[in-house]
Design a protein around this ligand. Structure first.
Ligand code: HEC
Length: 209
């Protein structure tokens, strides 16, 4: 090997090693001891997701919500996140210890969703918004996710295995083509459970403000 080739190989090797060390190994080592904190009622924060919420997270990931929504609140003085009521405190590494892959996101075409569950706890609101954002948020540029819902026309029977309690009525002024009600699909239901569970407002010692 010529000395140029050795130099090049060494350069590539060092670049890769330095990036992996700086971006993966050191941060993992710094945060390796982060544990959940105990709440007054004996439960812990954060809790790993299971059941519907874990399934909903998969839907959030495969629908690409991250391309328009972040899940991280910046501290006071670094932006208007807290003033906009997106959260009550800044986000810290402990918030994400159970999240693999985390959904921090970088794009904010829509509002931050780190604590959407505390800001918007209504199942009906989320259903109408996902089915057609224009119903709850006129002028919204968020795409429709109507395929997460089964459209029901007036008098139409519920799909087999579904429950009346899950039916969402469309307000009369937004009813089109005789569709008056919506039945969430399994994925739609799980996604809304996930969104309602997003809540990073629990006070943490390292995020005092
Ligand atoms: C093309 C960009 C885009 C994509 C993709 C997108 N959104 Fe949005 N979203 C927006 C915009 C813009 C708003 C603000 C207007 C509105 O409320 O519709 C918004 C608002 C929201 C809100 C209400 C936030 C609040 O503070 O009131 C929720 C909840 C939400 N989106 C969830 C989702 C979910 C879940 C997905 C994936 C299934 C998704 N969004 C995909 C752009 C997007």
């Amino acid at each position: 090997m010529t000395s140029r080739k050795i130099g090049l190989t060494l350069g590539v090797f060092l670049t890769i090693t330095a990036s992996v060390t700086g971006l993966v190994i050191v941060p993992n080592w710094q945060f390796r001891e982060l544990q959940p904190v105990k709440k007054a009622d004996g439960s812990q924060y954060p809790m790993p997701l299971f059941g519907e919420q874990a399934k909903g997270r998969e839907v959030y990931i495969d629908q690409g919500c991250i391309y328009c929504h972040s899940q991280q609140i910046r501290m006071k003085g670094y932006g208007a996140d807290i003033r906009r009521n997106w959260g009550t405190r800044r986000s810290v590494p402990r918030d994400y210890i159970h999240e693999k892959p985390h959904q921090l996101g970088t794009m904010r075409t829509g509002p931050d969703l780190a604590s959407i569950g505390s800001r918007q706890p209504s199942t009906v609101w989320h259903a109408l918004h996902l089915y057609d954002p224009q119903i709850t948020s006129p002028g919204s540029i968020m795409p429709r996710f109507q395929y997460l819902y089964t459209e029901l026309r007036d008098g139409e029977a519920l799909p087999p295995g579904t429950f009346e309690a899950d039916v969402v009525k469309i307000p009369p002024q937004f009813q089109k083509n005789g569709v008056t009600r919506l039945m969430p699909t399994d994925r739609g239901k799980a996604l809304v459970e996930y969104l309602k569970g997003l809540n990073k407002t629990f006070p943490l010692p390292e995020a005092a403000q």
